[in-house]
Design a protein around this ligand. Structure first.
Ligand code: LLP
Length: 442
């Protein structure tokens, strides 16, 4: 059994996270419950910052809040001195309401609406990452109306795509994100942006994928972007001050995943940038990264209660938990795989192979196929590991199931950071048209 972060098995033979017995957490907060190991998250933040500091180059680490965005998380990120990446008014509003310094917020997205742009401009955020030609005109127009000059990066699609252990050079323009490098659209974007009175181009951005282990993909993208920046310098006498290499660093969901330690990953990125920028005689840029999953993913554990058990002799034993694709859509969406234990029997040896089903009305609502566990009984607490990224943030209310509560645990203390959605919450925005209010069945 692989235990992440501060997780351990305590004297009662129970799973413990952040110094608290997982069984007690369910007693106190109910289930399903997202448990976030605060010390682990802080440690990941510090590893990024310390590793970049060791490189001697200027840098900014921006947490990609899409992975897990709540007001408490924004506070934590602020305390750790990181910047923040947002992609919607909702993520931006969450950060602003949490008191996050606006100048350290970067706004991403391929379809920022005029309202979102206004909200961000009014808040004086640090920068926009411009994604397409429409946005150049829109952002410049709104900024001019407001009499503001905004820092922008141009998002470039470098023709490198990375997935887990491989990367491919796509050379194709077919992505909804960014300006394609190969066809010359990226250079055209530079020309236009440099001409816009309300836009201050500070640099370039690229992002090559997510859950990546192979640093060669980053090196290839950096090489291609370096070449591009050299051409831009020759053509427009413009030299980028900032180079944002995106996020995407992988984490360990199962034993098949073997991520590099963060310092090794940072080292290979900074080395590749030094080599490439030397090669093209460019001044070293300020390096920005925007990790999401690697900061919060392994910090999260979801606790469920086993409600029903269905054994089909010779076929399969299903154990059904009180959550599922509503709190973790990743198995259904991406065939993502997870490891789990029975939190109240964590010290017991595996006795049977079962499959973990969710409670939604959909056959595809399976969390884990074929996992070896101690004998499972109704009422057991199932702990699914590595659910800190893209679980809460992608949760839905399918079947009108409320989203679970989120707690931060640290040094034997648990703090509720998001309340469980109640039945009242689920109908809070519903309205019955007046003409139906007093109607009765014929
Ligand atoms: N920057 C940009 C521009 C991105 O598009 C992303 C992720 C990140 C940073 C953060 O990447 P990370 O470090 O978290 O890999 N829902 C999917 C993941 C989608 C990632 C989208 N972009 C999942 O659950 O696997």
């Amino acid at each position: 059994m692989y235990l992440h972060g501060t997780s351990r098995i305590n004297e009662q033979g129970h799973l413990e996270i952040g110094g608290i017995d997982a069984v007690d957490l369910v007693k106190q907060f109910g289930s399903p419950l997202y448990v976030m190991d605060e010390a682990y998250i802080r440690n990941q933040c510090r590893l990024y910052v310390e590793s970049f500091r060791a490189s001697g180059l200027p840098f900014q680490v921006a947490y990609a809040s899409k992975a897990f965005s709540t007001m408490a998380m924004c506070r934590l990120v602020q305390e750790e001195g990181l910047s923040l990446d947002v992609v919607s008014a909702g993520e931006l509003y969450t950060a602003l309401k949490a008191g996050f310094p606006p100048e350290k917020i970067h706004f991403h997205g391929n379809n920022k609406t005029p309202d979102e742009i206004e909200l961000a401009l009014d808040a004086d955020i640090g920068s926009f990452v411009i994604d397409n030609f429409t946005e150049i005109t829109l952002l410049d127009g709104i900024a001019q109306q407001k009499g503001k000059k905004v820092n922008v990066l141009i998002r470039v699609t470098p023709g490198i795509e990375a997935h887990t252990h491989e990367y491919i050079q796509t050379g194709q323009a077919d992505s909804k994100f960014g300006f394609d490098l190969a066809s010359g659209q990226a250079a055209e974007a530079v020309r236009i942006v440099l001409d816009k009175p309300a836009l201050n181009l500070i640099g370039f951005h690229c992002h090559i994928g997510s859950q990546i282990f192979d640093v060669a993909g980053f090196a290839a993208a950096i090489q291609r972007m370096g070449q591009f920046m050299k051409e831009i310098k020759e053509q427009f006498q413009y030299e980028a001050r900032v180079f944002n290499v995106g996020g995407g660093f992988g984490i360990r969901y199962t034993s098949e995943d073997q991520p590099l330690p963060i310092p090794a990953y940072v080292e290979s990125i900074t080395q590749a940038i030094k080599t490439t920028f030397d090669q093209f005689s460019l001044a070293y840029p300020e390096i920005w990264v925007e990790p999401g999953r690697s900061i919060v993913g392994e910090a999260g554990t979801t606790l469920y209660t086993v409600g029903t058990i269905k054994h089909i002799p010779g076929v399969r034993k299903y154990i059904a938990v009180d959550g599922g694709m509503t709190d973790n859509p990743r198995p259904a969406l991406y065939q993502a795989r997870y490891e789990a234990v029975l939190a109240n029997k964590a010290a017991q040896a595996a006795r049977e192979v079962v499959s973990v089903a969710g409670k939604c009305c959909e056959s595809g609502d399976m969390l884990i196929w074929d996992i070896a566990l101690p004998e499972v009984e109704v009422g057991d607490i199932l702990a699914v590991f590595c659910t800190g990224a893209y679980n809460y943030s992608m949760a839905s209310n399918y079947n009108r199931i409320g989203r679970p509560a989120v707690v931060f645990v640290k040094d034997g203390k648990a703090d509720l950071v998001v309340e469980r959605e109640s039945l009242e919450d689920l109908i809070r925005l519903d309205r019955i048209p007046a003409r139906m209010l007093y109607s009765v069945a014929p």
